[in-house]
Design a protein around this ligand. Structure first.
Ligand SMILES: [Zn+2]
Length: 441
């Protein structure tokens, strides 16, 4: 379908957000114009972006908030309200427009993660927390608000201009697995194996100590090595999983098996034969760019394939540094967009989108794939039982399906073992994967 978009003055923010929403998500072919006469004479579907009261032709009018015209970063008054039972930001009164708020300013603000560029109170790991977001404060963190409004507006366009909408996107589910530790006991340096065994004994964890011995004697599989289980489950539901490898140098938060270990090579080869793989940049790589480059290079040389996909270990993401660093090293897809402490939609969307670099005011080549659900969030941060977690996940699945979005989950291979209190979570994941794979009616 052809759409013509009129506004008095175009800028990179407007072009970016309109192209993303109406062309990439909704599949309209868009013509931008700043010539009202040309707009009025067009026989395309017409969107008028501005505060003009005297729209002379049939068009859908979105009121314009000055925020979209700015080109700097500063605290904003977002003027929260609601309309048609959905929250709104950047409300504008009495414009005679078809909406009571500037939808494009709202979508741009939420997708660009504008609020994360402003001063905030970092958590222990230097991260922006869900609690500080507008989405949390105004209670819309668990809904893909931008997608919901976009569907509403598309419905209005269809009514007004009487056409059959093209179905552009279909619901999809991408399970992803972070491999922080490939093995609980095997393939560690001797001093780590010895230290671990001593720890078990000192803490009185005699069960763990004896499992460790049986695994080390090869009479039982390593409890974290759950890749057969994952292969079978994902194949059963025809899912394409993505595995992210932590290839850090040994440190406080980076305790992976060394990349040069032959077992690690085997694991990389095994997983990239059937699935997509990506780098899981280590904790230390956030302060040492040479380290990140080394990790990407190591994974590339072991796998024999270019590494374009990434997710930050500990979800360490700060704007704009993290994404600028990843882009400079050839990464074009990032899966970090989500919160550790809460479920939901950090950028208020379930559709992948190109990252807009606010510092340089331009769209970049990096595609952000937002996730909504993480194992550690459910069990550790929210303290849910496996069955309560499944209910929470179902709510999120329903939200994503309702907007034909992409559901992305994060699990760790270590969360399928019964160590560290993960008993019962393997079967929870089995049910979750089945529910998330069910095609919507
Ligand atoms: Zn990790």
């Amino acid at each position: 379908m052809n759409l013509i978009f009129y506004t008095k003055k175009l800028n990179p923010r407007i072009e970016y957000i309109v192209k993303h929403l109406f062309s990439k998500v909704l599949a309209y072919s868009i013509e931008f114009t700043c010539d009202y006469k040309h707009f009025a004479a067009s026989d395309k579907i017409r969107i008028h972006y501005g505060n003009s009261q005297n729209a002379k032709v049939k068009s859908f009018i979105i009121p314009l908030h000055d925020f979209i015209l700015e080109n700097d970063i500063r605290p904003q008054k977002i003027n929260f309200s609601s309309a048609d039972q959905l929250p709104t930001l950047f409300g504008i009164d009495n414009t005679g427009a078809d909406l009571s708020f500037d939808f494009l300013s709202m979508a741009f603000y939420l997708l660009s993660r504008y609020e994360e560029y402003l001063p905030f109170d970092p958590d222990n790991h230097g991260r922006f927390t869900a609690r500080q977001s507008q989405a949390f404060k105004y209670g819309f963190l668990e809904q893909p608000l931008v997608d919901q409004w976009l569907m509403y507006i598309n419905g209005q366009l269809v009514n007004r201009f009487q056409f059959t909408p093209v179905k552009s996107k279909a619901y999809a589910f991408i399970p992803t697995i972070d491999i922080d530790f490939g093995w609980a006991y095997l393939h560690k340096k001797p001093w780590r194996t010895f230290g671990g065994a001593m720890k078990d004994l000192l803490k009185g964890q005699f069960g763990d100590f004896s499992t460790r011995l049986t695994v080390l004697n090869k009479s039982e599989p390593d409890p974290y090595f759950k890749f057969d289980f994952l292969d079978h489950l994902h194949e059963k539901h025809e899912l394409k999983a993505i595995y992210f490898f932590l290839f850090g140098a040994y440190g406080t938060y980076d305790k992976n098996t060394a990349p040069e270990h032959p077992a690690m090579h085997d694991l990389v080869h095994r997983l990239c034969a059937k699935s997509q793989i990506g780098i899981h940049p280590s904790y230390a790589s956030n302060t040492d760019a040479n380290q990140l480059e080394k990790e990407i290079k190591d994974l590339r040389s072991i796998s024999g394939q270019p590494i374009k996909t990434s997710r930050q270990h500990f979800l360490k993401l700060s704007f704009p540094d993290t994404y600028q660093r990843l882009l400079a090293l050839g990464i074009n897809a990032d899966y970090t967009m989500g919160y550790a402490e809460s479920l939901g939609f950090r950028a208020s969307t379930s559709h992948p989108f190109q990252w807009y670099d606010l510092e340089n005011e331009k769209e970049t080549a990096l595609i952000v794939f937002p996730f909504q659900i993480m194992d550690v969030t459910l069990k550790n941060y929210l303290g849910l039982s496996p069955s309560a977690a499944l209910e929470s996940c179902q709510r999120i699945i329903d939200e994503v399906q309702a907007v034909d979005g992409t559901l992305i989950s994060i699990w760790h291979n270590s969360s399928f073992s019964s160590l560290m209190g993960w008993d019962g979570w393997q079967s929870m994941y089995t049910s979750f994967a089945a529910a998330a794979s069910e095609k919507k009616a």
